[in-house]
Each structure stands twice: as structure tokens, then as C-alpha cells.
Design a protein around this ligand. Structure first.
Ligand code: NAD
Length: 480
């Protein structure tokens, strides 16, 4: 066995103990369908209940620890992960299907986030206010909310758990993490880093299982004070209702239908590079992926040529092959979703500019034109390497098209016209605006989240706003 073929047996981690259970769930390498990458148990409600009990039991002692001490454990987990980077990146590429370079980038990002959240243990938490009363010291502080449920998708199996667990833990909460069942081995590698860093028993619990059983049990449990979810909008809506019914705090970051507007002054090569990297990086399987490019009518041919040439340079193949620049689609089900969108768009009158067919789990980077702005392809999240080119009559019309879906996550513009760019930044209805930058990718110190159906919009994730969701403000009047 070596690290590029071995099968990892994942286990639940509850109250500081591994709980193996029967490993009924199998995950095969999306690029090598015969290669079994991981096996995992499938928790029922009683396993989830035990994890919540252990998280609750550990919370008071964890919150009583100085915040710097909690931060030091995060920093140590980051150092362990950095030391294991090549091995963890290889495992991530095998299990999820992103290229090795993309997986290395994700490991690096997770390490940087752990370092960033560790430092938050040193930051001011409240304010001192003038009181209207005599001899009264009035101040606010922030307290942890308690035990938090963290539910994550498969496409960033390190980064997303870390950008939720980091701020939750440093603020003094304990966690039950229910990761996607497509990535148990990568989750386990991350968990091992926390264990080696000395995370106390019960503070970080991991339960593998289905969303409908283990995930739902986590959402419904009254002992869970808050639920932080990233995933599809359809699942998020259900979680929102369930959490609201029991008045739990809920954070939902969901799908996108991100677009880039290319104005006629933009250099075609630069614009194509920004759009193609945003569309086909991570096989288009990113919530912030560019799935629409909007050009003015007179500019369509120039941009189609530039986009097609840039897409033709993409090499699709095994993620571990250093020549590969785009990996496989994550599952057969996702592949048939992608192909279904393409087929339906063609029936609706669209034309393929490049790509459009799959071999095994590998879908060619696909660009379509003449896409009806009212079609499913133009309006719904595909979550694959499929890019629509839409035509607008004017920059204003382009902005209208950009805003005309139910989503509002990341929006881009390519132009050197400063006033056009600033007008766009103000009027694009999205949580993240990218001017002359690809729609994917964010800095660890910057807030991240969407508008409308991309988010419930109450709390931004990541960056300096990340701890807001995981803390409550308390106001203290101290008379003396
Ligand atoms: P998904 O919604 O199918 O699953 C996400 C998680 O929810 C998984 O762990 C799943 O097991 C769990 N789940 C499913 N049903 C549940 C239920 N009833 N109760 C509780 N948990 C449940 O999403 P996915 O396919 O894993 O991920 C892809 C989606 O995630 C895309 O829509 C993508 O846009 C979105 N995403 C969003 C962001 C963001 O930050 N906005 C980031 C990455 C991915």
C-alpha cells in the first residue's frame, strides 16, 4: 500500500474516542472508479445524540480556558496540517477529484485560516460605553453560544470545516461536525491534526452519516444552540425551517449563479483568462464558480474566440498527474446533472462553442452561446464545468442580466473604466464583488457570503466578521 492507493477507514470521533461502527459507506476515486479511497460508518440518531451530549459536557471547561489557549490549539493544528501537506493534498485529490495543485492550495488555505483564527484569541471582544448613570461602568462582552452543529459540503472538505470550526472554537463553543459523506478520509486527516494539537475531549466531535438522518438529527436537537450550514440552497431551505421552528440560530451559505460582465474596453486575453479560470478551476465545482459571462453584442465574437482558445488549453485528466489542469466530475449523478443542463440548453436553442461531451467521469470544459436568459442553464446552479455566454445590449442591460437570477454570491466585471467598475460594485446584487479578478477565491481575513438565495444573509462567514455568528453580545452595568 502507498499513499496514492491506500483505503482509509474513517470513524466517528465522539468525546475524545474513536467510534468505528459498521463502515457501510464507500467512496471511490472519481478519476479511478475501481479505487476505493475511503470507508465510513453511517450514524443513526443515537450516535448523533451521544456526540451532542459529549459536546455539551465539554463546553463550560473549554469556554473557561483563556481564549489565547484555545487559539494556540488552532495554531498547533495548523502546524500539524502544514507538516502533513503533501500527504493530505494527495488524499484530498483522490477522494474529491480536484487537481493536486488545487488540493495543495486548499491545504495551504486551511493552514492560513487556522493561523488567522488562532490570532483572534488575542483580540478585543467588546466595548466600553459611557453610562447615563452615576458611578456605573458599562461594557459589552461576547460569549460563546454553546454547542454548535457544523454541516459541510464535499467541494472544500478542509477549508469549509476550518472556516466554521476556527471561529467557533476560538470563541469557546464546542462542535459536532457532520461532513459530506463523499469526503470522510479528508475530514479524518483534518481531525487527526486537531487531535495531535491537543484538542480536549468532547470539544470537536465528528459524526459521519447521511444528511437526511445524521444531519437532520443535528439540526433538530434542542441542545444544539446554533447550526452553521454550507451546501445547496434546496437543503439549506429545509434546515432554515427546522432551525426556525425551535428558535435556533442558523447560518446558511448556499448556491450561486455567478457571472462576469466583460465590457468592450477589456483586453480580450485578460478577460478570457479571468472567466476561464473562474469557470473551469476546481472543475467548476465551486459555489463562486463563473457560470455566466455577459458581453455586449458587438463584443461577442471577440470574446467567444478568446474564451474558446483559453478553454482549449485546459488538460483534463487524473488529478495526481502534474499535467492535469482540470479533474473529474465528483459523482455520476453530478455528471448526469451537468450533461442534462447542456442537453436541455441545446434543445432550447443554444450552441456549443467548445466541449459538451464526457468520457467516463471527465466532462470537457464546455462553453455555450445563444443561451436563452430564461432557460434553466442561464438561471440555475449547475455546479460543473459549464459556462454560458450571454449577450447584453448595453452595460446597464448586462447588470440587469447579472442580477436576474435568484442567487447573489460572487459577481465580476472586467474593465479599466473606473467609474463603470465602481457603478458595478454598487449595483451588482452579490455578497462578493470581483473587479478584474476571477469570481472564485477569497482572502482569509475578508468576510464572505451571499445575498438572496445564496445565503440567509444574517451573518457573514470568514474574516473579521466570522465570530459574530458564534458569539452573543452581553451588556454589563457595573455600579460602584
Ligand atoms: P448538499 O446540500 O447536498 O449537502 C451539504 C451537507 O448537508 C452535506 O453534509 C449533507 O449530508 C448535508 N445534508 C443534506 N440533507 C440534510 C438535511 N436534511 N439536514 C441536515 N443536513 C443535510 O450540498 P453538496 O452537494 O455537498 O455541496 C454542493 C452545494 O454546496 C452547491 O450548491 C454549492 O454551491 C454549495 N456550496 C456553497 C458554498 C458557499 O460558501 N456559499 C461553498 C461550497 C459549496
Amino acid at each position: 500500500m502507498n499513499s496514492t492507493t491506500e483505503t482509509i477507514g474513517a470513524a466517528h470521533f465522539i468525546g475524545g474516542e474513536w467510534m468505528v461502527g459498521e463502515r457501510t459507506e464507500q467512496r471511490f476515486n472519481p478519476a479511478q472508479p475501481a479505487e476505493l479511497v475511503s470507508l465510513a460508518p453511517d450514524a443513526d440518531e443515537s450516535v448523533m445524540s451521544l456526540a451532542i451530549e459529549q459536546a455539551q459536557a465539554a463546553q463550560a471547561a473549554w469556554a473557561a480556558m483563556p481564549a489565547q489557549g484555545r487559539g494556540e490549539i488552532l495554531a498547533a493544528a495548523g502546524r500539524v496540517l502544514a507538516g502533513r501537506a503533501p500527504e493530505v493534498a494527495t488524499l484530498l485529490a483522490r477522494e474529491e477529484g480536484k487537481t493536486l495543485a488545487e488540493a495543495e492550495g486548499e491545504v495551504d488555505r486551511a493552514v492560513r485560516m487556522l493561523t488567522f483564527y488562532a490570532a483572534q484569541g488575542w483580540q478585543a471582544l467588546g466595548a466600553t460605553l459611557p453610562s447615563s448613570d452615576d458611578r456605573t461602568h458599562l461594557y459589552t462582552t461576547r460569549e460563546p453560544v454553546g454547542t454548535v452543529g457544523v454541516i459541510t459540503p464535499w467541494n472544500f472538505p478542509l477549508a469549509i470545516p476550518v472556516w466554521k470550526a476556527g471561529p467557533a472554537l476560538v470563541a469557546g463553543n464546542t462542535i459536532v461536525l457532520k461532513p459530506s459523506s463523499f469526503v470522510p478520509a479528508t475530514t479524518q486527516a483534518l481531525l487527526e491534526c486537531f487531535i495531535e494539537a491537543g484538542i480536549p475531549r468532547g470539544v470537536l466531535n465528528v459524526v459521519h452519516g447521511s444528511g437526511s438522518r445524521a444531519g437532520q438529527a443535528l439540526v433538530d436537537d434542542p441542545r444544539v444552540a446554533a447550526v452553521s450550514f454550507t451546501g445547496s440552497t434546496a437543503v439549506g431551505r429545509g434546515i432554515n425551517l427546522a432551525a426556525a421552528a425551535r428558535m435556533a440560530r442558523v447560518q446558511l451559505e448556499m448556491g450561486g449563479k455567478n457571472a462576469v460582465v466583460v465590457l468592450p474596453d477589456a483586453d480580450a486575453e485578460r478577460a478570457a483568462d479571468i472567466c476561464v479560470r473562474g469557470a473551469f478551476g476546481l472543475t467548476g465545482q465551486a459555489c463562486t464558480a463563473t457560470s455566466r459571462v455577459i458581453v455586449t453584442r458587438a463584443d461577442e465574437h471577440r470574446m467567444l474566440n478568446a474564451l474558446a482558445a483559453r478553454a482549449a488549453a485546459i488538460v483534463t485528466g487524473d488529478p495526481l498527474d502534474p499535467r492535469t489542469s482540470m479533474g473529474p466530475v465528483v459523482t455520476d449523478q453530478q455528471l448526469s446533472t451537468d450533461l442534462g443542463y447542456i442537453e436541455r440548453a441545446l434543445t432550447d436553442g443554444a450552441d456549443v462553442v467548445t466541449g459538451g461531451t464526457a468520457s467516463g467521469r471527465f466532462l470537457e470544459p464546455t462553453i455555450l452561446r445563444n443561451v436563452d436568459p430564461d432557460s434553466a442553464l442561464a438561471r440555475q446552479e449547475v455546479f460543473g464545468p459549464v459556462l454560458s455566454v450571454l449577450v447584453a445590449d448595453s452595460p446597464d442591460d448586462a447588470l440587469h442580466l447579472l442580477n436576474d437570477t435568484e442567487y447573489g454570491l460572487s459577481a465580476g466585471i472586467v474593465t479599466d473604466d473606473l467609474s463603470a467598475a465602481m457603478n458595478f460594485a454598487g449595483r451588482a446584487d452579490a455578497g462578493v464583488i470581483k473587479i478584474n479578478r476571477q469570481t472564485t477565491g477569497t482572502d482569509v481575513n475578508a468576510p464572505f457570503g451571499g445575498n438572496r438565495s445564496s445565503s440567509n444573509g444574517l451573518f457573514r462567514e470568514q474574516g473579521f466578521t466570522a465570530t459574530d455568528f458564534f458569539t452573543r453580545v452581553k451588556t454589563v452595568y457595573l455600579g460602584y
